[in-house]
Design a protein around this ligand. Structure first.
Ligand SMILES: Cc1ncc(COP(=O)(O)O)c(C=O)c1O
Length: 397
C-alpha cells in the first residue's frame, strides 16, 4: 500500500494513509439526487483561504498559550475582535465581557438545558420551530409547549395566554429569518415579549443563527443582544452560517450574572473554555474584517439564489403559497390542505429529489401541508431542476 509522506519544517515525517475510507461530512447526498431540504452551506462557500491565512498567523508565532486549557469564558482576543465586529453588524455596542465562546448554537442550547433545567420542566417554543433544537430539548426530557406564530413571528397574545397557566424556564425563539418559516419577529413584538419575560420571570433564548444574513437592503430589527441588561435574555450566535460549520464555534451574549453561571459550571471547570485552538485560529479572520467581507459575499449570493428559487416556484409549483424571504436560508411553502408533504417525501426518492416536510418542525404533529426548502446549497440550475422534480412528484400523486 502506498503512503503519503509529509515533511514539516522541522523534519518530522508524518505518515498518512493515501485515502480515508471513513466519512468526513455529516450528510451524504447521492450524486444524482437534489436535496433542497438540506440546511447546509455548500463546500464552495467555505472560505479555506481566509481560515488558512488566519490560522497560519498564530501557528507561525513563537507563542503557544492557545494549546493550554483556555479561560472559561473563551479566548479573550477572539471575544474582543468579535465584540468589535458585532458592534458594527448589529449597530449597537457589544462588549467582550458580555460574550461567552461556545462550540456553536447546538452546544449552547445543550449546555443551557443542563444548567437551567431539569427533566419535566416546561419550556416554550415557536410553532413551527427548528426541529433539531426540539431534539436537544427532548434529550433533556423537557415539557415543550408550542406558541402560535404568524408572518410577524411569535404572537404575544398567544404567549400571554399560555403564561396564565405555565411557568416556563425559558422561551426558545428564532427571531430573525426563522428556521423553518423565514419570518422575522417585528420590533414591536420583541418589546412586548421582553415585557412578558420580565413580568413572568423567564429567560428569552434568542437563536440568532441568521441575524446577519439579510439579503435585501432592508435590515431586520436589532438582535436580542440589545436587551441583555434586562437579565432576561441570552442571545446565541454562530460562525456556522457566516463562516463555516466545521469550526464548531459560536457565542452567547448575555449579562455577566448569567454568563457567570456558565463560566462556573463543572464542564468549564474541568475542561476550561471551549475550543481555544479554533478560537485562536479565527482571531485574525475576525480582527482583519475577513468575516465581514465573507458575510457581504454571502448576502449578495443568497439574494440571487432567493430570486432563482422564487422564479422556479412561480413557474413549476404555482399551487404553493409563501412569503418571500429577505434573508436566512429557507422558503416555507404552504400547499392545499389535502397535500400531505410527508407522504409526498416517501415518493420523492423515485424522482431523485428531497425536501423537509413541515410536520418535522411541529411540536403538535401539525403543519402536514407545509414544506421547507433551502436556497443556499445548490447552484441556480439545480434549484430550478429540483423544484421541477418536486412538481413532477406532486403531479404523480
Ligand atoms: C436556527 C438554527 N439554530 C442552530 C443551528 C445550528 O447551529 P450550530 O451549527 O451553531 O450548532 C441551525 C443550523 O441549521 C439553525 O438553523
Amino acid at each position: 500500500m502506498m503512503f503519503l509522506r509529509i515533511e514539516f519544517r522541522w523534519h518530522i515525517p508524518i505518515i498518512l494513509p493515501p485515502m480515508n475510507p471513513l466519512p468526513v461530512v455529516q450528510t451524504q447526498i447521492p450524486p444524482d439526487v437534489i436535496d433542497l431540504g438540506l440546511g447546509n452551506p455548500p463546500l464552495s462557500l467555505l472560505p479555506l483561504d481566509l481560515i488558512h491565512t488566519s490560522a497560519q498567523k498564530i501557528l507561525s508565532q513563537n507563542e503557544n498559550s492557545f494549546l493550554q486549557y483556555g479561560t472559561e469564558q473563551g479566548d479573550g482576543y477572539l471575544r474582543a475582535a468579535l465584540a468589535d465586529s458585532l458592534s458594527k453588524g448589529y449597530e449597537f455596542s457589544v462588549h467582550a465581557e458580555n460574550l461567552f465562546i461556545t462550540a456553536g448554537i447546538s452546544n449552547a442550547l445543550d449546555l443551557l438545558c443542563s444548567l437551567f433545567t431539569k427533566a419535566g420542566d416546561t419550556i416554550l417554543v415557536e410553532e413551527p420551530s427548528y426541529f433539531l433544537a426540539l431534539r436537544i430539548f427532548a434529550d433533556h426530557h423537557l415539557n415543550v409547549i408550542p406558541i402560535e406564530t404568524d408572518e410577524h413571528g411569535l404572537v404575544p397574545a398567544s404567549l400571554a395566554g399560555t403564561l396564565a397557566s405555565a411557568s416556563p424556564k425559558f422561551l426558545y425563539l428564532i427571531p430573525t429569518f426563522q428556521n423553518p418559516s423565514g419570518h422575522t419577529l417585528s420590533q414591536e413584538r420583541r418589546e412586548q415579549i421582553l415585557q412578558l419575560a420580565i413580568k413572568h420571570n423567564f429567560i428569552i433564548v434568542a437563536d440568532e443563527a441568521y441575524q446577519l444574513l439579510h439579503s435585501s437592503g432592508e435590515k431586520p430589527p436589532k438582535s436580542f443582544g440589545a436587551y441583555i441588561d434586562s437579565q432576561r435574555v441570552i442571545a446565541l450566535g454562530s460562525f456556522s452560517k457566516i463562516l463555516a460549520p466545521g469550526l464548531r464555534l459560536g457565542w452567547m451574549q448575555a449579562h455577566a450574572n448569567i454568563l457567570n453561571r456558565f463560566a462556573n459550571s463543572g464542564l468549564m471547570d474541568s475542561g476550561g473554555g471551549l475550543n481555544p485552538f479554533t478560537s485562536a485560529a479565527l482571531r485574525g479572520a475576525v480582527a482583519s474584517g475577513g468575516l465581514e467581507a465573507n458575510i457581504g459575499k454571502l448576502r449578495l449570493r443568497y439574494a440571487n439564489q432567493i430570486a432563482v428559487m422564487d422564479e422556479a416556484l412561480h413557474r413549476h409549483l404555482p399551487q404553493a403559497k409563501y412569503i418571500l424571504p429577505h434573508g436566512g436560508y429557507f422558503f416555507w411553502l404552504e400547499f392545499p390542505e389535502a397535500v400531505d408533504v410527508s407522504e409526498l417525501r416517501k415518493r420523492a426518492s423515485n424522482f431523485k429529489v428531497d425536501f423537509r416536510p413541515g410536520a418535522l418542525f411541529s411540536s403538535k404533529s401539525e403543519m402536514k401541508n407545509f414544506m421547507r426548502l433551502c436556497f443556499v446549497y445548490y447552484e441556480a440550475e439545480q434549484i430550478e431542476e429540483g423544484v421541477k422534480r418536486i412538481a413532477v412528484c406532486l403531479n404523480s400523486m
